[in-house]
Design a binder for this molecule. Structure first.
Ligand code: SAH
Length: 384
């Protein structure tokens, strides 16, 4: 059944894939996962999220409409045509008011929208992020050039209009690219330059450019399920592979003897180390390396792990990683995935070349209205 409250931009924006009732959408997601895993193990019903206002990160592009009014929104999928987005139901409540305030202030401050083709003007995009359970709000202004001088005054007026904002930063991205962010440094105009998000009572710093789950409520549900499947008692030696900003490793460290986390992205490893420090956690070590290479070296050193978590990117893991994981011989593997197809492929490898038995797969909806579904799969070591 099609929803009655369907968004007027549904077919043009490209952000949503489903216009069904949320109940039906969840059923479809369960059926999809079941269709991939039915010959391996039971599929539990998809755990739903709040279908609205779940996004704590909002990106908006600035430009002009035909009448020359400032608008903020997004390019229609695959085009260079900007459409106005007034209030997206998936985004956090304060976002639309802050974007409106920016549009108004731009007029009084004579700040122009950046024109990508002509390569002149000022403001190009805005990125907003809201901290989970702290309510802190970060505004990142992305300029097309460094020409505009009254950035600080502009930021002050914006905070006067929207007192919920806790920090304002800016970055210059003059490159001809559809990417929002550039490699250029981020400068802080007001506040501490980052926000804090709390998950499981732990605090995580979220900088303007760092990775953090966009649906934090549901991240707690996902990781809770992963911890439940792992069944940690406090004595285990744990591996967290593809550990990103270290959230799983840090959460697991409270329930295990020690955790080793491996991740190839330098910035993510730095954030993870900082979060562990902020939370006074001392039993996690973060390794910056390719996960497959690191696991191969661990296997050569005859290391053993009791439990292994892995949360690879959409492309999944690879045979080098999986063959080393089999050698490390953990009793349990908890495989979190944002792409059940590559997860099923990797599962086949673990079943065929290891003695691993899949117990169950739990889909968790992290992105209502979109075609994405996240899954947690539990495997235990069977007899050889
Ligand atoms: N659980 C993580 C998110 C994992 S996303 C968190 O909460 O932050 C997948 C991660 O895998 C990304 O951080 C990416 O940088 C990392 N990655 C991708 N390929 C990798 C590789 N070959 N070796 C190690 N890490 C890799």
């Amino acid at each position: 059944m099609r929803r009655k409250d369907i968004c007027p931009l549904f077919s043009r924006c490209g952000g949503c894939d489903y216009s069904l009732s949320y109940k039906e959408e969840l059923q479809r997601k369960t059926e999809y996962v079941h269709s991939l895993f039915y010959s391996h193990c039971p599929t539990y019903e998809t755990i739903g999220s709040s279908p609205t206002r779940y996004r704590n990160k909002v990106a908006s592009t600035f430009g002009y409409d035909r009448k020359g009014n400032i608008i903020s929104g997004l390019y229609i999928k695959g085009t260079h045509h900007l459409i106005e987005k007034r209030d997206c139901q998936l985004e956090f409540e304060e976002a639309s008011g802050i974007l409106r305030a920016i549009r108004r202030l731009m007029k009084s401050y004579k700040m122009r929208c950046y024109d990508e083709d002509a390569r002149h003007g000022d403001l190009r995009h805005v990125l907003l992020r809201k901290g989970h359970r702290t309510g802190e709000i970060l505004v990142l202004l992305i300029f097309g050039s460094d020409r505009y001088e009254r950035k600080k005054e502009f930021a002050n007026s914006l905070c006067d209009m929207c007192p919920e904002i806790t920090t304002v930063c800016y970055q210059v991205n003059g490159e001809k690219t559809s990417m929002l962010l550039s490699e250029a440094p981020v400068h802080t105009l007001i506040g501490k330059g980052f926000i804090e998000s709390r998950l499981f009572g732990l605090s995580f710093r979220v900088s303007p450019t760092s990775f953090f789950q966009v649906n934090a409520d549901q991240t707690e549900v996902l990781y809770d399920m992963a911890m439940h499947m792992a069944g940690l008692h406090g004595n285990e030696k744990v591996l967290d592979a593809y550990s990103g900003t270290g959230t799983i490793a840090i959460i697991a460290s409270l329930r295990a003897k020690c955790v080793t986390a491996v991740e190839s992205n330098h910035g993510a490893v730095l954030s993870a180390i900082r979060s562990a420090k902020d939370n006074a956690i001392e039993n996690v070590s973060f390794v910056e390396d390719d996960a497959s290479l690191f696991l191969k070296a661990e296997a050569a050193r005859k290391e053993r792990y009791d439990v292994a978590f892995l949360d690879p990117p959409r492309s999944g893991s690879d045979e080098r990683f999986l063959s080393s994981l089999i050698k490390l011989s953990p009793e349990k593997i908890v495989y979190i995935s944002c792409n059940p197809e590559t997860q099923e492929r990797d599962l086949r490898y673990l079943e065929r070349f290891g003695s691993y038995v899949p117990i169950a797969i739990q889909p968790v909806d992290m992105f209502p209205r979109t075609a994405h579904v996240e899954t947690v799969l539990l495997l235990v070591k069977g007899k050889m």
